[in-house]
Design a protein around this ligand. Structure first.
Ligand code: PEP
Length: 250
């Protein structure tokens, strides 16, 4: 899987160009075996739906409310996302954990809401530089994974994706080495299994953090790296398509 996280970028005109280029790029040279999706900001989900409907490219959201509906000003519910044709939602991105104070419990509640609407979830986990340097990376990843395992326990592996995104690699141009990322992915898979998630072996674990078309192939070659969650490079069609192609030759 290659998922583009557009974050808070884009406008109607530039989105149209990007969606069109991604769509045509993949229609012209389909990549069987690679699930491609884009996650624009909420106001542009309908635009994604009209450009990508009836294509192999899926669209999803970057966040979802932990509540079903009601007096939650500014929130967007899982029901609304499903209504807009989203098949996926990113939950617990580090920017939300850090900037919006999302705790492991909030992330688990959001995952539960998304699953109730049959959305697939991309659950982000990752340690900060300080945590890595203090030798706490596995403790942090373990805690973040453990928080969602009870909620996803019965979920088919096709609908559960974990994104390992070391916070120090996001938007910094600093990528984890393939070996370092592989170690983290293997730890995460083991932790899912230890927590009782029977299908841990087939869950896709994406790497995220300054993935570019130039470094994607070496990351995707690792046995436990099943694709990428892409930020900056997802805003440039040729870069994003290059990463998708790297996933296809894995
Ligand atoms: C992200 O925010 O999910 C991300 C991976 O960003 P970037 O690719 O820009 O590091």
């Amino acid at each position: 899987m290659v998922a583009g996280n557009w974050k808070m970028n884009g406008d109607i005109v530039s989105n149209e160009r990007l969606l069109n280029a991604v769509r045509h790029g993949l229609e012209g040279a389909p990549l069987p075996g690679v699930d491609v999706l884009v996650c624009p900001p909420f106001p542009y989900l309908s635009q994604a739906a009209s450009w990508l409907g009836n294509t192999a490219v899926a669209w999803g959201a970057q966040n979802v409310s932990a509540f079903p509906n009601g007096a939650y000003t500014g929130e967007v519910s899982a029901t609304m996302l499903a209504d807009l044709g989203c098949r996926w939602v990113i939950v617990g991105h580090s920017e939300r954990r850090q900037l919006s104070g999302e705790t492991d419990q909030v992330v688990a509640a959001k995952v539960e809401m998304a699953l109730a609407q049959n959305l697939g979830v991309i659950v982000c986990v990752g340690e900060t530089l300080q945590e890595r340097e203090a030798g706490q990376a596995e403790a942090v990843l373990g805690r973040q994974v453990d928080a969602v395992v009870p909620v996803v326990a019965k979920l088919a592996p096709e609908r559960l994706v974990i994104a390992y995104e070391p916070v120090w690699a996001i938007g910094t141009g600093r990528t984890a080495s393939p070996e370092m990322a592989q170690d983290a992915h293997s730890f995460i898979r083991g932790r899912l299994a230890a927590g009782g998630y029977a299908a841990a072996g087939s869950v896709r674990i994406l790497y995220g953090g300054s993935v570019k078309s130039a470094n994607a192939a070496s990351l995707f070659a690792m046995p436990d790296i099943d694709g990428g969650l892409i930020g900056g490079a997802a805003l440039v069609a040729e870069d994003f398509l290059g990463i998708c192609r790297a996933a296809a030759v894995r």
